[in-house]
Design a protein around this ligand. Sequence first.
Ligand code: FES
Ligand code: FES
Length: 174
Amino acid sequence: MPRIRVEVDGVTYEDDVEPRLLLVHYLRDRLGKVGTPIGCDTTNCGACTVLLDGMSVKSCSVFAVQADERAVTTVEGLGINGQNHPMQQAFHEEHALQCGFCTPGMIMASIDLLRENADPSEDEVREGLEGNLCRCTGYQNIVRAVRKAASDMRQAERPVSPPRLRPATPEVTP
Ligand code: FES
Ligand code: FES
């Protein structure tokens, strides 16, 4: 059985895995990362989306062995010091979920979307998330949440303008 070493949400794990084991099953069944749901198991719904080396993948379409020597981020690894990631916060504030089943995948796919386009239009958000299905919300609030997170993240990254230098005090000549 192949042995893999994979970093998941900042923790390194080493495990023997069957070559056919899917990444989503490794995350849920071996590591207990049940925050990543399985919606379809056939790569259609996007509920199982995680980041693999920062890029979104449907973890039901990746084998665990393909994550060897790579870093996986699940929705459980997003918060820092008990604070929500801006995308989680925006989903919360914009009421972008109802049953919440699609939400982990939506959030992970949206983070990857902003990595490529920091200021997406409404149409670009819809196009970027077309691989993630939601049966409840009608998508309107999801799109709003992604654009709010984009705006919040741009603001957070805006460099603080340097302090203005005081004009030099004129030299006083006696
Ligand atoms: S469970 Fe992976 S795409 Fe649906
Ligand atoms: S909130 Fe229920 S599937 Fe999206």
